[in-house]
Design a binder for this molecule. Sequence first.
Ligand code: GN1
Ligand code: MG
Length: 361
Amino acid sequence: MENRLKSVINKFEIHSEFESYQELNSGHINDTFLIKTKLKPQYVLQKVNRTVFKKPEELIENKVWVSNHLQDKLKYLTQDEIQQKVLCFVKAKDNTFFYEDEDSNIWNVSIFIENSVTYLKAKNTQIAFEAGKIIGNFLELTKDFDISKITTILTDFHSVTVRHQQFKKALQNASESKINKTKGLIAFVENSINEMLTIDKAIEQKKLPLRLTHNDTKISNILFSKEGKALCLIDMDTVMKGVLHFDYSDAIRALCNTVNEDEANVEKIEFNFQFFESYTRGFFQEYKSISHEELKLLPISIKILPFLMGLRFLTDYLSDDVYFKTKYKKHNLDRAINQFTFVEKISKQFHKIEAFIQTLK
Ligand code: GN1
Ligand code: MG
């Protein structure tokens, strides 16, 4: 492995020599490595999963565009400061931003942000507030991003309609024992689906503006300083066109769940209202231009994003785990149960959530 990674990293314009590597096990899809070099900076090398991403070149093009846009917005800062706040990509020696190896794998490299830490869960309200700020700031800085040049690399990524169709198809092909095991979850999906289509319908009716969205704002995609300040939103793999709710609420999905998204003991799952308040305050400290219609659908979107994730995990479980990386047999099932339980916990506090969002007007 070491020789392979060394050979790949040398296809890029790096400033120093390969020393060692460490696998970063954070994502469910791609393979990512920290490449340590003799001199700073160090690099993050990513192999794109081609089964999931059919257009890897476009994926990389998208993220370089967004990175350039952010760098441009921050050009009053020094290069070093920019590299602490924005994921900056490294050119390959052939002047593109990717390298295709002999096995048709596509690789890309970004500059590693030093002295940063990540969390799977928010530690306290300050971390939640900071997470809100960085996501609000990302959306603020990209609100004038020209989305016409963005390639949709995963169609209908956040479409509940399409995820529901995929789920029904998986059900048709699933084994009897899996169907029996998931009866309660299937009923939950069917009982909730109408409400969960609210954002889809609003998009269809053109009530919500399409803009650039990150589409994977979970807390583990935020780098924090050791002092607890949010530095940078990473993982630009799914930047696409979307609505602000996707990013605002996907973060809540991870941030306000008292446990990790695959915790099997559902008794431990609660919606942390304090973290929700702090996160939302941080978000709106940075993001100032929400429309009346967008604000109206903010509370319901807090339920929709974990529902959608639960549906995707359940679909993958029924399809014998073809999409997400899993560590054990029922991993996707545990994830689905976890997400649906979280939706129920949100429902219990829904009036309080709505009332708090009303105060933001
Ligand atoms: C996947 O691979 P990773 O962990 O960055 C998924 C996201 C989910 C996330 C759940 C391309 O992201 O949509 O929110 O898992 N990415 C893709 O943890 O499907
Ligand atoms: Mg991701």
